[in-house]
Design a protein around this ligand. Structure first.
Ligand code: IMP
Length: 202
């Protein structure tokens, strides 16, 4: 069976990907079994650049087709910040909680109609075929005035997707995956993998 290695040390993302890539005739591996892959640096200036770097580095070290994701939360009132800096928004040693606190502080007093935002996820698959495969998914929504829900990770308690009454963190995994930025990008990636014809060649 063909293999794809998820180029992330983030267990929350890996868990979502395991669900999202189910159904393809592929064994989806995580970095847990590859300690030789150290920290994957994300210091590029765009999501595409970071996703590509992480996938290339993982492929270089392991020789396995590597799938990396880079995600940014773009808040329009903040000129699309934190964007590519979403993981480090609260500075060195930032955590999910400190990033959420900082975001709420930056938006204090901003009314709901001006709290529009979007999650953008870029996926890069390197080493699968001769070409790099890229996919993107966007989910629009608003930033709540206080955290809601305990599921998910990162900014999930603050993100209310458009047309929804529940934040990402108030949804079950399956509901989040159906509408999320990562879900959309993963479905596009699955279609591109299927279209590559490589699965039928084995
Ligand atoms: P990165 O793609 O690992 O750089 O993620 C950037 C930041 O966005 C991290 O702090 C994550 O916590 C956050 N993030 C990424 N994906 C999600 C998501 O699906 N929900 C909430 N936060 C996320």
């Amino acid at each position: 069976m063909k293999k794809i290695l998820l180029a992330t040390h983030n267990r929350d993302k890996a868990r979502e990907f395991q669900m999202l890539l189910a159904g393809l005739d592929i064994e989806v591996l995580t970095l847990d079994a590859f300690p030789q892959v150290g920290e994957l640096v994300e210091d590029g200036e765009s999501l595409d650049e970071n996703a590509l770097r992480k996938a290339r580095e993982t492929w270089r070290i392991t020789g396995l087709p590597a799938l990396a994701d880079d995600t940014g939360l773009e808040v329009f009132y903040l000129n699309k910040a934190p964007g590519v800096y979403s993981a480090r928004f609260a500075g060195p040693g930032a955590t999910y909680a400190s990033n959420c606190r900082k975001l709420l502080a930056e938006l204090r007093g901003v009314p709901p109609r001006r709290r529009n935002a979007q999650f953008r996820c870029v996926l890069a698959l390197v080493g699968w075929s001769t070409e790099v495969i890229l996919a993107e998914g966007v989910c629009t929504g608003t930033i709540t005035e206080s955290p809601r829900g305990t599921n998910g990770f990162g900014y999930d308690p603050l993100f209310l997707p458009s047309g929804c009454t529940h934040t990402y963190a108030e949804m079950e995994d399956e509901s989040k995956n159906r509408i999320s930025h990562r879900g959309k990008a993963a479905r596009e990636m699955k279609a591109l993998i299927a279209k590559s014809g490589i699965l039928t060649k084995s």
